[in-house]
Write a protein that binds this ligand. Structure first.
Ligand code: ATP
Length: 907
């Protein structure tokens, strides 16, 4: 079907819809059932069985299974069954970890799935683009991604970029008129908007004529949707590290086996011990736990109202050193209310509450009737005419539908008895040139009841001043002289100084012969009418968030399209702008090269009157100074800067699809404080990963060393293979997971941002791992030797004592891993998951030791009470010996030679 050939009413008829009311919910649901969701087909995910089986593909697991076969062949059925059981349990755990990680990634995708605005039952509502059906009426504006193939029926300065489909990156203008001809190519179908393309300017309405695979995109899209699943730099580094660790562990294991055999140990026992040791020493679970820690962290972030779109951002978050944030709506509440009006040298105050349309006008002490003051009345009327917002009463409350700046103007007009409905009876809007943040204004062409046409423009005062040829002063039109310009400027400064956002209004009558083709023609030679100043109170939580960021070594920069004076006043209220801090304006910025900007960017705290295009320069200059930059944005023009920054942050509520797609973090509540919370969580996740790496590797070092030392000293095996496997599964696995869920250390936001190239083992971690690991191995061996010497005939007993010491030493050490400082820095019961997993591990250990049926399998004997004293004493040593001693490692050393040490720490 060539939809472009049809006229609007024919499209309506063919798709059985109504452009004014849309589909009914029932009809939409029925069509959805019949034709399926509006989705491109994706590659199938592996089934649960495949994921489960893939757990056993691991090289070490195969080695272990090989060992099982050897045990079985040698008739050691108990060994064989126990190993198989452990391999199975390990596989099941791995399966659940992987599934969990996958599920949360999927949930994340759902959350970031595109939304569209559709007309259903006569109301515009937001629905997931997946739910679109043929006949749905769609509304789209600048920054939206088109959700399905749409025949446009209304277009206002509509430009769409279709590069996803045609490869052509220059946006094409779209119109609603039918096109004749049967062979019009996709690139020329100017009344169609295609799925996946993006609105760069203007707005439009259209009827859905193709969904899912029946769209132009669907036809070329066996290529998948951009479902890239990226690994984080840390995951990649850990994978590399894992490979090195495998080699080291294998080499050490081989050494243990060779020495053991040389010392006369039984070949089969040594073989099995070697395999078990290799399995235990290789942290094969590490990547899975990292993924789980990352994705659980991401879930926590969602609870705190931020969505991480790309996992690597979680790590980068912790490195952020500068946040560049928009002002309006992010630092402020975006609940605007006009409080002051200025026209022709007079100022009026307006009282009121929020968008409630009642309030009184005063000039000084005297109440005035706005209908009686021409300039004031025009200011209010025009502010309301050039406007798309409406205020509706819902359950006794007045709620805004539309942009808050515009809502404030509507509310102010309503206080003078001018509602949009009343105005609509007198005035008819012929054309609109929508607001965009580069032009910083919006205009409409209006026809009044007598058939006269005129232009109304509203926007940033300095911009309107530049294009006004005259001004309304008192009741008269005067040419715009420098004198009047200065008057307006100082009025703007007075309003701005009170942190008010100012919007100017201007007007131009049109003669019958005047034709207006574009916004430049409309927005010229205007008559300046006046100013409306509105409050936009800061969000209460932002000041503290800025302060906390400062303590964390993160600087906050405000970037706003608003006037310099207004921006400065708000920046001061929020403590963003220190004494002597610089404020740079867009016009200045335009003259500067990136290098120029670099030289002043460190002392600049506010960028005012900037266009989104300038943001890229700011990001570049900061990055050149070595900063890791978080940059917020919401519009189409913000996308390049969001993309170029290290952490692109998009607004969840006001953000366009394009900004969201470019971002790595979405703020569900558009709130600056949420960025801080996300950074905090990012830092915490990274610290948690360090915590369990520290725990796992120190444990592994301990396990290898106890065996190695024993072989070197010509002692019998201190641990039997099955015990080693048990330790690997229970003592290592559960608490490590719990560490991944740990809360942040108190001072996590008082540390400087992490250097992005910092290695995992920086800040003394390798020292901690090796020293604690060494001690764990040492005390385990000591426990074994003492017990063995007391009773050389009961090897099994000494082995059980060694086993218990190893387990306890690790379980005590795990509490030390919670802190970068020492075990005494944190309440040991602060992480209940950890306490729970430690208790479970201890109980399981006691079961293995005291439960008779398990004793032959695990080669254990009941330990006598007095020996527990020895075990507990020895197993406490690795954690408590080093507390506060000279051996605390990296932290203390760093103080002495900070620069060198830090550099050495950078991998
Ligand atoms: P931020 O602080 O997030 O940059 P902003 O609202 O100040 O937000 P823009 O939205 O780019 O930045 O607006 C720039 C300027 O354009 C505003 O300071 C205001 O003077 C003017 N403006 C804002 N909204 C409108 C509108 N709907 N119609 C006309 N002019 C507007």
């Amino acid at each position: 079907m060539n939809w472009y050939e049809l006229r609007a009413h024919e499209v309506e008829k063919k798709t059985n819809t109504n452009v004014k009311a849309g589909l009914s919910e029932q009809e939409a649901n029925a069509r959805l059932k019949q034709f399926g969701p509006n989705e491109l087909q994706e590659a199938k995910r592996p089934s649960a069985l495949v994921v489960f089986l893939s757990q056993f593909k691991d090289f070490m697991v195969l080695v272990l299974l090989g060992a099982t076969i050897v045990s079985a062949l040698l008739g050691e059925m108990v060994d064989a069954v126990a190993i198989i059981a452990i391999v199975l349990i390990n596989g099941v755990l791995g399966f659940f970890q992987e599934r969990r990680a996958e599920k949360s990634l999927e949930a994340l995708k759902e959350l970031t799935a595109p939304q569209v605005t559709a007309l259903r039952n006569g109301k515009w509502i937001k629905i997931p683009s997946k739910g679109l059906v043929i006949g749905d009426v769609l509304k789209f504006g600048s920054g939206d991604r088109i959700g399905a193939d749409v025949r446009i029926v209304e277009a206002s300065s509509l430009y769409i970029e279709e590069s996803a489909l045609t490869g052509e990156s220059v946006p094409v203008q779209k119109k609603a008129d039918a096109i004749a001809g049967s062979n019009v190519g996709i690139g020329d179908q100017s009344n169609m908007a295609f799925m996946g393309t993006m609105v760069t300017r203007g707005s439009g309405i259209g009827v859905v004529v193709g969904t899912g695979m029946n769209t132009a995109m669907g036809q070329i899209a066996n290529m998948l949707q951009n479902a890239e699943e990226s690994e984080t730099p840390l995951q990649i580094r850990l994978e590399q590290l894992g490979k090195i660790l495998i080699v080291v562990a294998l080499a050490l294991t081989a050494l243990v086996v060779l020495v053991g055999v040389y010392q006369g140990n039984d070949l089969y026992r040594m073989f099995l011990a070697g395999v078990s040791l290799a399995v235990a020493a290789i942290p094969e679970g590490l990547p899975a736990i990292v993924t789980v820690a990352l994705s659980l962290g991401v879930q926590r972030m969602i609870k705190k109202k931020s969505i991480v779109r790309k996992l690597p951002a979680v790590e980068t978050l912790g490195c952020a050193s500068v946040i560049c944030s928009d002002k309006t709506g992010t630092m402020t509440q975006n609940k605007m209310m006009v409080t002051h009006l200025w026209a022709g040298g007079d100022t009026w105050q307006v009282s009121g509450q929020g968008y409630n349309p009642s309030g009184a006008f005063h000039r000084g002490q005297e109440q005035v009737n706005p209908a009686k003051v021409r300039s004031l009345y025009q200011l209010l009327t025009f502010g309301c005419l050039c406007n798309n917002a409406s205020i509706v009463k819902k359950k006794k409350e007045y709620v805004l539908d539309g942009d808050p700046t515009e809502g404030a103007l509507v509310a102010a007009a309503m206080k003078a008895g001018l509602s949009r409905e009343v105005l609509a009876q007198q005035f008819h809007i012929l054309k609109e040139f929508p607001f965009d943040s580069t032009r910083k204004m919006m205009s409409v062409i209006v026809k009044d009841s007598s058939g006269k046409r005129f232009v109304v423009t509203k926007g940033a005062p300095d911009v309107l001043l530049g294009i006004s040829g005259s001004i309304l002063w008192g009741d008269k039109q005067q040419p715009m002289s420098t004198l009047y310009k200065n008057e307006v400027q100082s009025a703007v400064n007075v309003l701005g100084g009170q942190a008010l956002r100012t919007i100017a209004v201007a007007y131009k009558p049109l003669r019958d012969s005047d034709t207006i083709h574009n916004e430049q023609e409309a927005e010229s030679n205007l008559m300046f009418i006046g100013l409306q100043g509105m409050i936009d109170p800061p969000r209460p939580e932002v000041k503290q968030a800025v302060q906390e960021c400062r303590e964390a070594g993160i600087r906050t920069i405000m970037i706003t399209g608003d006037h310099k004076v207004t921006a400065m006043a708000i920046a001061k209220q929020l403590d963003i702008l220190p004494e002597g801090g610089r404020v740079v304006e867009g016009a200045e910025l335009m003259q500067m090269s990136v290098e120029d900007l670099e030289s002043i960017v460190e002392e600049t705290y506010v960028f005012a009157r900037v266009s989104p295009e300038h943001k890229l320069k700011i990001v570049k200059a900061l990055q050149n100074r070595g900063h890791i930059v978080a940059m917020t944005g919401d519009g189409v023009n913000d996308a390049p800067a969001i993309k170029a920054s290290d952490i692109g942050v998009a607004m969840g509520i006001t953000g366009t699809d394009v900004a969201k797609e470019a971002s790595s973090l979405i703020l569900l509540d558009d709130n600056f404080a949420t960025i801080k919370a996300a950074i905090q969580e990012g830092r915490n996740i990274y610290e948690n990963i360090r915590k369990f790496i520290r725990y796992l590797l120190a444990s592994n070092v301990g396990e290898i060393l106890v065996m190695l030392f024993a072989m070197l000293l010509a002692l019998p095996l201190p641990l039997v293979p099955i015990q080693i496997l048990w330790v690997n599964l229970v003592t290592d696995g559960l608490p490590a997971m719990a560490l991944g869920l740990d809360s942040a250390e108190e001072d996590v936001m008082r540390r400087k941002p992490r250097h992005p190239k910092e290695g995992v083992f920086a800040r003394g971690l390798s020292w901690k791992i090796l020293s604690r690991g060494f001690l764990i191995g040492f005390v385990t061996l000591l426990a074994f030797i003492i017990s063995y010497n007391q009773n050389p005939n009961e090897l099994k007993y000494a082995q059980t004592v060694a086993f218990a010491t190893l387990v306890l030493a690790q379980l005590i050490h795990v509490f030390d891993c919670r802190s970068e400082h020492s075990i005494f820095h944190r309440n040991p019961f602060g992480n209940m998951y950890l306490v729970g997993s430690v208790i479970i591990s201890i109980l399981l250990m006691l079961v293995v030791i005291y439960y008779e049926p398990l004793q032959p399998i695990f080669d254990t004997m009941p330990i006598q009470a007095r020996d527990w004293l020895l075990i507990v004493g020895l197993s406490s040593i690795p954690t408590f010996l080093l507390v506060g001693s000279l051996l605390t490692g990296g932290k203390d050393k760093k103080k002495k030679k900070p620069v060198l040490q830090q550099q050495a720490n950078l991998k």
